[in-house]
Design a protein around this ligand. Structure first.
Ligand SMILES: [Fe+2]
Length: 311
């Protein structure tokens, strides 16, 4: 039998000092509250599983990362994890609030494997455009037709810092079955999951001085949605932002807003899709297309002040 592999990113868990602060921030971002109480469960409208589980702790810290696995592969996965020397549990640790398998990775972060299929993304009808020399929209005021409140569609990816970059890449590819799809040498490894035509990445590792949560990214339907989202966040007082722009690796349009605890959330659109024919490349430096000046703090330096102590 083939080795079991994760099939996609389900979501993540975050510990923060105050749930109400998280609720206001993520609701402004466009997520719906599924339930509150001791754990805040959040997701894009229409998604099956919680994309974020927020619980309280004295300091902000990434609690867990959750991946989908194919239903029926739980025992094969549990065997594989145990062979790798990991303690596997079938019930959630405090603050987990998800079904499936649970274990800690070698650096102390909980990993959840959720035996469920990822629900398909609903295709959004976009207005006709006059881009590229076309004449497809005539006698229509586009600005009056745009959906100014359309929420993000789903979580797309999550990037974490790690102080053992090569070892962490070997762990996430070897044990979980993620696949590295591009690598900026010594800086960042992007990883994909699943079969067929898939997103360029759903997870990534940034070489840093500590373990930590850099950003989570949510897909939006259009460049206008990215702009309206950025506008909404700024109007609500979340003014520390980076974007808009277009990434080089994966080519996605982006706009980031810093969260109340020093990490970032991103709206993205139009990411490269890849198939089994895609080959990972090693880039000597992190390429860039257009956007704001690439601040050093975004990848290193100050970002690493965003450390999360491990017990
Ligand atoms: Fe991103």
């Amino acid at each position: 039998m083939n080795e079991p592999k994760v099939s996609g990113l389900c979501g993540y868990g975050l510990e923060v000092p105050e749930l109400a602060v998280a609720q206001r921030f993520y609701q402004t971002f466009g997520l719906q509250v599924r339930s509150s109480g001791s754990a805040l469960l959040l997701a894009c409208p229409g998604r099956g599983d919680a994309e974020i589980v927020v619980t309280t702790a004295r300091e902000k810290r990434l609690h867990h990362v959750s991946f989908f696995i194919a239903p029926g592969t739980e025992s094969a996965f549990a065997d594989k994890l145990r062979r790798a020397g990991l303690d596997v549990a079938e019930s959630a640790p405090p603050g987990g609030a998800r079904d499936g398998l649970w274990f800690r990775d070698p650096w102390g972060t909980w990993i959840n494997l959720n035996p469920a299929p990822a629900s398909a993304v609903q295709v959004v009808e976009l207005p006709a455009s006059n881009l590229g020399g076309r004449t497809e929209r005539v006698d229509v005021n586009l600005w009056q037709k745009l959906d100014k409140q359309r929420p993000p569609m789903r979580i797309g990816h999550l990037l974490i810092f790690t102080h053992e970059w090569e070892k962490a890449e070997a762990f996430f590819t070897g044990v979980l079955g993620l696949r590295t799809t591009d690598r900026a040498k010594g800086k960042v490894a992007f990883m994909a999951a699943g079969e067929g035509v898939i997103d360029h990445h759903c997870f990534g590792l940034i070489n840093g001085t500590h373990r930590g949560f850099q950003h989570a990214s949510f897909q939006v339907a259009s460049f206008d949605d990215l702009g309206y989202g950025a506008w909404r966040m700024r109007a609500a007082g979340y003014r520390d932002a980076f974007g808009p722009g277009r990434h080089a690796i994966a080519s996605n349009l982006f706009h980031y807003t810093r969260d109340p605890w020093g990490s970032w959330v991103e709206y993205y659109a139009d990411m490269d899709k890849i198939s089994e024919r895609w080959h990972c490349r090693d880039w000597e430096s992190l390429p860039y297309t257009w956007g704001p000046e690439w601040s050093p703090e975004f990848w290193s330096g100050e970002m690493n002040a965003n450390l999360e102590p491990r017990s």
